[in-house]
Design a protein around this ligand. Structure first.
Ligand code: GLC
Length: 732
């Protein structure tokens, strides 16, 4: 059709639609009307061009994410559906929103997104660290602060929580998730969604969540980012899908499709997961955004011959919004003409995007109040929370002879590449966090302790320059204790940060050994965004505290633990391998057919350095007998397992009790044990508290098959807590 004729038709169509609606029956502008009515009313008024722009996302502001730099900042149409927003306040966002509301024909607000992964400006520990707190309520509160700060700076939507199960710490993005266990990740996922979205998505200081990266991205082969993963349907259902299902049930507004190829079908072209599971089986009524360029990358993955086919495959698979590669806007009109995409599909995709915008209240409150900086972020209560979460995320791995906590008057030599840094404590994906906000270890410790503090870096993270060793050794000799701050740079984990080894560079080990040789007691502070190889460091240290990348309040949190102001309570949410050669190694593995020395390494131990769930406290806890309300339970019945834990120390402390189950015999064989519940309680010195696991057989003992169907076998099961195990029987 000749373009001028086409223009005439379009113009007439628009004019007819506009004329047919008097101002008082513009339902979509009526805040009192039900969302679904507003969606349908708006949808029927939209032209194809307007609809397709709602399915596209560009960027606004300076993109500082090195993996995506260089994206052309296009002339942004007022009708664009979404923008990834790189701004520290709402000013630029409001300017763009005014264009959308006033220059476009229908005044559809833009949805502004950003990667708020573990804080916006107040930076919390990386999510993998937060998972070691076993305090989902604290994680929820942290996400609520992140939502408040994001909202006040113009962000309506975060590309978080990332809930990829990861069992290969060579993969840099292990830092962004909640570890190796599907149940734990499900609990944290729900906490994060509630934190971001609150009880009312339309309320102030709430933002839309985005479960990512859907699904199985953490299984990328050999920990190499973006590469294909071999995942059976059985493993997809019993390991990788559960946190996403939990997030959908918690009401997560959106999901993000992943980059990788799932056993031959790329995630971003995978109709099974994007439509049959997410929409048909789980009933998700929000929308899916692709990851950055994930649509166009279907060509590189060999699924699409060209851009147009990539758009056809991704759209028909079930991705509603295309992140930054612009293919939907360019090619869906042709695909419609060729009958490869139906108008009803376009309408459904637009319906889902509009639905989230209406639920967020963007039509009725499109602009964000432009508050002063002091009211937007880094509020005192937010910083206090950040310190608490950092403290509870840290894991005490060793404490020989109760060296920690240290006497407040101790003369401390603070040594190592992380002794005074700021930036690395924010970890990767640090949102709009500023390193100048960070309290470094040296400042935190100086503030906490009254004894002499000598700081001697000793060496850099890597390299061969040992010229700083002598000063560090001298400082250690003249001190009561050497606190050596070792580990990885924050930029060594995160996206596109795969490492062939999880070792800490040799120069740091040499430094620790040189300090150890002085005879001064050695405390290691280990900073990292992934499990690291500590097996050579362990013998050199009297105490080891895993600090992860703890965020803005790093120095104060670590000082509080060193001084005993805080009692460490973290426990590992991911296995620490003895060395890279053991990877993958995780606790919930299936049994082998061989026992004893068959099937173990001949050159190193086959046990990890630190188990899932491991972590010490300054308190000591004694577990009483595991008791059951019954030894038998019917399929639809319930049963209580309880254990009483006594704090046998003189110091109040928090203890997390992990409840595992084991189904020793099943046609679809089950892991040696599976976490099914956990609870953390403060137990005052000398007192006892009872921890109870209310077992619902189908939920807690059952399993899903390769189609996602849940089963429950009758017969024996083991309930495991601490070192105890009890057997129950599920009767018909
Ligand atoms: C990145 C990441 C994804 C992020 C998105 C937007 O490449 O894979 O996690 O949300 O692009 O920055």
């Amino acid at each position: 059709m000749h373009s001028s004729l086409k223009f005439t038709f379009t113009f007439l169509a628009v004019a007819l639609v506009a004329a047919s609606c008097s101002s008082d029956d513009i339902v979509y502008k009526d805040a009192s009307a039900p969302v679904e009515k507003r969606v349908e009313d708006l949808l029927k008024r939209m032209t194809l061009e307007e609809k397709l722009l709602q399915l596209n996302q560009y960027t606004l502001g300076m993109n500082n994410i090195e993996n995506n730099l260089g994206e052309a900042v296009r002339e942004i149409p007022a009708e664009i559906g979404s923008l990834i927003y790189f701004g520290d306040d709402a000013i630029l966002r409001n300017k763009m929103q005014h264009r959308a509301m006033e220059e476009s024909r229908l005044g559809i607000p833009i949805l502004f997104g950003h990667d708020v992964i573990h804080g916006y400006r107040t930076i919390f520990p990386v999510p993998l660290a937060q998972a070691c707190s076993w305090n989902p309520e604290l994680v929820r509160q942290g996400c609520a602060v992140a939502a408040q700060e994001s909202y006040s700076c113009g962000v309506d939507w975060t590309f978080s929580p990332m809930v990829d199960i990861a069992r290969d710490p060579r993969w840099g993005r292990v830092m962004e998730g909640y570890g190796e266990d599907p149940y734990a990740a499900s609990v944290y996922c729900q906490a994060a969604v509630r934190g971001y979205q609150g009880d009312d998505l339309g309320a102030e200081n709430t933002i839309a969540a985005c479960l990512k990266h859907y699904v199985g991205y953490g299984a990328s082969e050999a920990g190499r980012d973006y590469v294909p993963a071999e995942i059976s349907d059985q493993t997809l259902w019993d390991t990788y899908l559960p946190p996403f299902e939990a997030g959908v049930k918690a009401g997560a507004a959106t999901l993000m499709s992943a980059f990788h190829n799932i056993s031959g079908t790329p995630a971003s072209g995978n109709h099974y997961i994007l439509t049959e599971v997410l929409k048909d089986k789980w009933g998700h009524d929000g929308f899916v955004v692709s990851d950055w360029d994930a649509v166009v990358q279907l060509k590189n993955q060999g699924m699409a011959a060209d851009d147009k086919e990539a758009a056809e495959i991704a759209f028909n698979a079930g991705i509603e919004m295309d992140m930054v590669d612009d293919l939907y806007k360019k090619y869906i009109p042709q695909l419609l003409e060729e009958g490869k995409v139906k108008m009803s599909q376009v309408d459904e995709a637009v319906r889902r995007v509009l639905r989230i915008k209406f639920r967020l209240g963007l039509f009725d409150k499109p602009y964000i109040e432009e508050k002063p900086e002091s009211e937007r972020y880094l509020l005192p209560e937010s910083l206090d929370l950040a310190e608490r979460l950092a403290t509870e995320s840290m894991v005490l791995l060793k404490n020989d002879d109760g060296l920690l906590p240290l006497d407040i008057r101790s003369r401390i030599a603070l040594i190592g590449p992380l002794s005074s840094v700021r930036r690395d404590h924010n970890g990767n994906w640090y949102g709009r966090g500023k390193e100048t906000d960070v309290i470094p270890f040296n400042e935190g410790i100086a503030e906490e302790f009254s004894g002499r503090l000598t700081v001697a870096e000793g060496c850099d993270f890597e390299g061969d320059d040992r010229s700083g060793f002598a000063r560090a050794v001298a400082a250690a000799r003249e001190s009561d204790v050497a606190v050596v701050c070792i580990g990885h740079k924050s930029r060594w984990s995160g996206e596109n940060c795969s490492r062939s080894t999880i070792e800490i560079p040799q120069i740091q080990l040499d430094l620790v050994r040189a300090i150890k040789a002085t005879g001064t007691k050695v405390v290691l502070l280990v900073s990292c965004g992934r499990p690291v190889d500590l097996h050579l460091f362990e013998p050199e240290a009297d105490a080891i505290l895993l600090t992860w990348h703890p965020g803005t309040m790093a120095g104060r949190a670590v000082a509080g633990i060193l001084s005993g102001r805080s009692n460490p309570s973290g426990k590992l949410a991911i296995t620490f391998p003895y060395t890279t050669g053991q990877i993958p190694i995780y606790y919930n593995r299936r049994n082998s057919g061989r026992r004893g020395t068959q099937g173990i390494y001949k050159d190193i131990t086959s046990n990890p350095m630190y188990q899932f769930g491991y972590g010490l406290s300054y308190s000591t806890f004694e577990y009483g007998p595991l008791t059951l309300s019954s030894e038998n339970v019917s399929r639809n019945g319930s049963l209580q397992a309880s254990v009483t834990v006594t704090n046998t120390s003189s110091r109040d402390g928090q203890e997390t009790v992990h409840w595992f189950i084991c189904d020793p015999v099943s046609r679809i064989t089950r892991p040696v044990k599976e976490l099914k519940y956990f609870e953390k309680q403060l137990i005052p010195a000398g007192e006892s508290r009872t921890f109870t696991f209310d077992i619902e057989p189908m939920r807690d003992l059952g399993f899903v098959d390769r189609t996602g169907r849940r089963y429950l076998d009758s017969g024996e099961y083991h309930i495991i807590v601490g070192t105890q195990q009890a057997t129950i029987t599920v009767t018909d």
